[in-house]
Design a protein around this ligand. Structure first.
Ligand code: 5RP
Length: 230
């Protein structure tokens, strides 16, 4: 699929997702380019009178939603989140997800785990049989090079860790001022096994494996959206 077709599907699924937002809801608002379209569409509905409160999952989403006049609260200011809508980097055949390509998975996971329902919206290129996308791991900067080496020594899974850098060669920092180590395993057949390895590691804040977390997936195809209830 060429990048123009992918962009078009992202826009279509972003607009589709807004139909699931009802008056009075508290809505978790994910991050990324697919979500950009959702936020645009949500902004229009709010301007037409839809009454919701949004809980953004990144600085970028907060800024965008703010500019469109969407009322916002933080995750700690609400007593519930009815529905969180977010993008994903890949979704496998068991409906597990990798997120964090945009380095926002820590806040996204916190909002998701505090939500009654979670929906992912993706173009069809994101649906895969087995993951072949790097798994992002948010880590504390202190000791992060040692942690990268340590992950490299855990060669049972051939994790191929790499601290994420920007075009200028600087470490990418998250909204929480942490770094990201990407794990370039290909393919990743056992995401739960990997999550169990990563969870207890000192210095790891959160990884981008979103396991058993989604209720509804909307996959945009060329001929329309497909809704998967998990
Ligand atoms: C950011 C995310 C995004 O949801 C994910 O990277 C998908 O982004 P995009 O819609 O731009 O493809 O997890 O941390």
């Amino acid at each position: 699929m060429d990048s123009e077709a992918i962009k078009q599907q992202k826009a279509q699924v972003g607009q589709e997702a807004v139909k699931y937002i009802e008056d009075g809801m508290v809505v978790g608002i994910g991050s990324g380019s697919t979500m950009w379209y959702m936020v645009e569409a949500l902004g229009k509905r709010v301007q037409e009178g839809l009454n919701i409160v949004g809980v953004p999952t990144s600085r970028a989403t907060r800024k965008h939603a703010n500019e469109l006049g969407i009322p916002l609260k933080t995750v700690d200011e609400v007593d519930r989140i009815d529905l969180t809508i977010d993008g994903a980097d890949q979704i496998d055949q068991n409906y597990q997800g990798i997120k964090g390509g945009g380095a926002s998975h820590l806040m996204e996971k916190i909002v998701a785990t505090n939500s009654t329902k979670n929906m992912w919206i993706v173009d069809e290129s994101k649906m895969v049989t087995a993951f072949n996308y790097p798994v992002p791991v948010e880590v504390i900067p202190y000791g992060s090079t040692q942690l990268e080496r340590r992950l490299d020594r855990l060669d049972r899974l051939d994790l191929q860790p790499k601290l994420r850098k920007n075009a200028a060669g600087e470490f990418v920092t998250t909204d929480s001022n942490n770094y990201i180590i990407d794990l370039y395993l290909d393919p990743l057949d056992e995401p739960k096994e990997l999550a169990h390895i990563l969870d207890p590691l000192v210095g790891v804040v959160e990884h981008g494996l979103f396991l058993d977390m989604v209720n509804t997936i909307i996959v945009q195809h060329a001929d329309g959206p497909e809704v998967i209830n998990v």
